[in-house]
Design a protein around this ligand. Structure first.
Ligand code: PLP
Length: 351
């Protein structure tokens, strides 16, 4: 598989969008079964102004990373879980779910075709963005007559350059991310724009992100921006239980498993903000940063600092283990790492 291109200064790679060579596209009419799509040159697409996704938000996405190990091999992490999550999101939004084998194969094809954009080991990742949209024209509020499954990729630098840095978070007293019965539990495109202004306001006040509490009792922690929340007290690991308003993060599921493997008790339950303020350590999880330690948390006039603003011991242990498994430098007992076989490209004709 292609070595990293010399056209990019990998040491300067940040988190902004950059086009790659190819994207993957598959389409299906409502009522038909998905069939294998194609790799096409990366570029703008043409879509009806009346498309369901543009007018009514009938769209979901996924996010994952391909990385190079120290041997130069390109690996993925828990891709079938992303397939399952996208299928659940499709069901919720009235779209035909992409079968797991087609999804995984398409991700591998998109990564192989853009292999020269997978950064050298330790210099970042190729971020992979699968999207599923109601792309057909529809006037009334109903599922679109046609759906598009696309995957594009973009190289990104390491989230933390020079080690993890604890972040400072503000608990929102005004905004909520999701309500019971809504779409908070799926990666629906409509969930993200409403968080932009609250995030910007928190950033203006010097915080990295906002923490959302539940919309009903305004008491229990739901999420940190677009990441899942964890705290540790007396060695017990706590994370909000998945009650439909919380996005089931794959990093979240991974940390829960690793914590149990290491002998920690893990409690998935409602996490009262007042309790979280008394924790020993806190962190949040998501594909981009993997684990972000929380150094400071502010709720109204109350503010606490965890671990003197440093990275907690348990947090560091989870981070090192997870990164080690992802980059194949330690054993992968759960079979989470996927290797990309070179034949995958031969199964996909490139236009
Ligand atoms: C994607 C996402 C997460 C993290 O999920 P991962 O699978 O760990 O990347 C958490 N919360 C929200 C709202 C998200 O969109």
């Amino acid at each position: 598989m292609a070595a990293p291109t010399t056209e990019i200064d990998w040491d300067k790679l940040g988190f902004s969008f950059m086009p790659t060579d190819f994207m993957y596209v598959a389409e299906v009419e409502l009522g038909n079964d998905w069939e294998q799509g194609q790799l096409v040159p990366y570029g703008d697409i043409s879509i009806s102004p009346a498309a369901g996704v543009l007018n009514y938000g009938q769209g979901i996405f996924e996010g994952m990373k391909a990385q190079r190990t120290s041997d130069g091999e390109i690996v993925l992490f828990r891709t079938p879980s992303n397939a399952a999550r996208m299928a659940a999101g499709a069901d919720r939004l009235g779209m035909p779910p992409v079968p797991e084998s087609l999804f995984v194969d398409a991700v591998k094809a998109a990564v192989s075709a853009n292999a020269r954009f997978v950064p050298p080991s330790g210099k970042g990742a190729l971020y992979i963005r699968p999207c599923l949209w109601g792309s057909g024209a529809i006037l009334g509020v109903a599922p679109a007559p046609k759906f598009t499954f696309m995957i594009y990729c973009c190289p990104v630098g390491p989230y933390f350059k020079g080690g993890m840095t604890p972040i400072s978070l503000l608990v929102s007293e005004q905004f909520h991310r999701a309500a019971p019965g809504g779409q908070g539990g799926v990666k629906a495109i409509g969930n993200y724009a409403p968080g932009m202004v609250p995030s910007q306001e928190a950033k203006k006040q010097g915080f990295a992100e906002i923490i959302y509490l539940d919309a009903r009792e305004k008491k229990y922690i739901e999420e940190v921006g677009a990441a899942n929340f964890f705290c540790v007290k007396d060695g017990v690991v706590y994370t909000p239980e998945l009650v439909g308003t919380i996005l089931p993060g794959i990093t979240r599921a991974t940390v829960i498993q690793l914590a149990r493997d290491m002998g920690h008790e893990v409690r998935e339950e409602r996490v009262d903000i007042a309790f979280a303020l008394t924790a020993d350590e806190a962190f949040c999880t998501g594909t981009a940063a993997v684990i972000s330690p929380i150094g400071r948390l502010q709720h109204g006039s109350e503010a606490v600092e965890f671990c003197g603003g440093k990275v907690g011991e348990v947090t560091q242990k989870f981070y090192d283990t997870l990164i080690g498994i992802q980059l194949c430098s330690i054993p992968d007992p759960h079979g989470w790492v996927l290797h990309i076989e070179p034949e995958v490209l031969q199964r996909h004709s490139k236009l």
